[in-house]
Design a protein around this ligand. Structure first.
Ligand code: SAM
Ligand code: SF4
Length: 321
């Protein structure tokens, strides 16, 4: 459906849990804020909502969290989403540490693609960022598994001052055919007040490693990344610069939190709590009415360039980053 600014909203990010096995310092360094199991939507509830979202024009669903692979039986949810009429692609964003365990089941469930988050290839620095050792090796293993299973995989790296020196090593995954996207740190959750790198600084650092880096002719996927290519790269490198290059005018996404809040924009603490309707016996028409009204009122743009205007104070893991 179209929102009030005529943007076509066809992409839903579904958070299945606020929990995570890592403690990334810009996300949830001190662990989760407790949400009871009862508060978290059951899979049958998520699937009912997604059936309705599909009627409103959602065609792409991304399963995220928290860490989606720490939630029990998430593979079954993926299979259910894949069978939902109108849903064309189901993808997942994960820290990759549990993919070696679940990769084959996810392939059987029909998962279309995976984004793995990895900020640095330096194992010590990764441990300092995520609170867990061995993350880089697990991500390497996961990437190799996804390639073997023919599940398209991309890497996402948040741009931090402390990872600038190892950026080019992360970019080297693109030499092996894995697209790598560098994402500006957003002033959300523990990211607020932390030192990030801008996409311009990142591009300078990348051009030191790949002097011929130039804008790619073709866009990859339907997301907001600006892609670049080089003769030495088998896959493009992307920059997702939500902070320095606002791309709200073409934003096509909304989010469903693990507790069933429909969130039209990352930046603001606005949303429609769908769980009380779902659990209060609302019929499909009542749910559709609430969803439609919330999507229609999606804000024009975020205000990450003026963080005092950011009213969303929850952690990225609670929003479904
Ligand atoms: N646990 C999964 C993962 O790490 O990929 C999925 C959830 S995580 C919240 C989704 C993405 O949000 C990750 O790529 C993470 O790096 C990113 N993220 C978390 N906090 C962020 C922030 N303040 N600014 C930019 N990206 C952030
Ligand atoms: Fe966990 Fe992902 Fe947040 Fe890191 S970014 S703490 S992996 S939810």
């Amino acid at each position: 459906m179209k929102d009030q600014f005529q943007r076509n909203i066809d992409y839903l990010r579904v958070s299945v849990t606020d929990r995570c096995n890592l403690r990334c310092k810009y996300c949830m360094p001190n662990g989760v804020c407790p949400v009871t199991h009862e508060e978290v939507l059951r899979y049958d509830e998520v699937l009912r909502l997604v059936r309705l979202f599909a009627r409103l024009g959602i065609t792409h669903v991304r399963v995220t969290g928290g860490e989606p692979l720490v939630r029990k039986d998430v593979v079954e949810l993926v299979a259910g989403l894949k069978q939902t009429e109108g849903i064309r692609t189901v993808s997942m964003t994960t820290n990759g540490t549990l993919l070696p365990k679940f990769g084959e089941e996810l392939q059987k469930a029909g998962l279309d693609s995976v984004n793995i988050s990895l900020d640095t290839t330096d194992e010590d620095l990764a441990a300092a960022i995520t609170g867990q050792s061995g993350v880089v090796a697990l991500v390497e293993e996961s990437v190799a598994l996804m390639q073997r299973l023919n599940i398209p995989v991309k890497l996402n790296a948040v741009l931090l001052k402390e990872t600038e020196a190892s950026m080019a090593n992360v970019a080297r995954f693109a030499e092996r055919g894995v697209p790598v996207r560098f994402i500006e740190l957003m002033p959300i959750g523990s990211g607020a007040g932390m030192a990030g790198l801008s996409s311009a600084e990142a591009l300078l650092a990348l051009r030191r490693a790949y002097p011929d880096l130039h804008p790619a002719k073709e866009h990859l996927g339907f997301g907001p990344a600006r892609y670049f290519e080089s003769a030495r790269l088998k896959a493009p490198i992307g920059l997702i610069d939500a902070v320095s290059h606002r791309f709200c005018a073409s934003c096509n996404r909304v989010r469903l939190t693990s507790t069933g809040v429909l969130k039209p924009c990352l930046c603001f603490d606005e949303g429609r709590a769908l769980a009380p309707l779902l659990r209060g016996g609302a019929d499909d028409e009542a749910l559709l009415f609430a969803m439609r009204a919330c999507i229609y009122k999606k804000p024009l743009q975020h205000c990450f360039d003026a963080p005092e205007g950011v009213t969303e104070h929850k952690l990225m893991s609670q929003i479904g980053g």
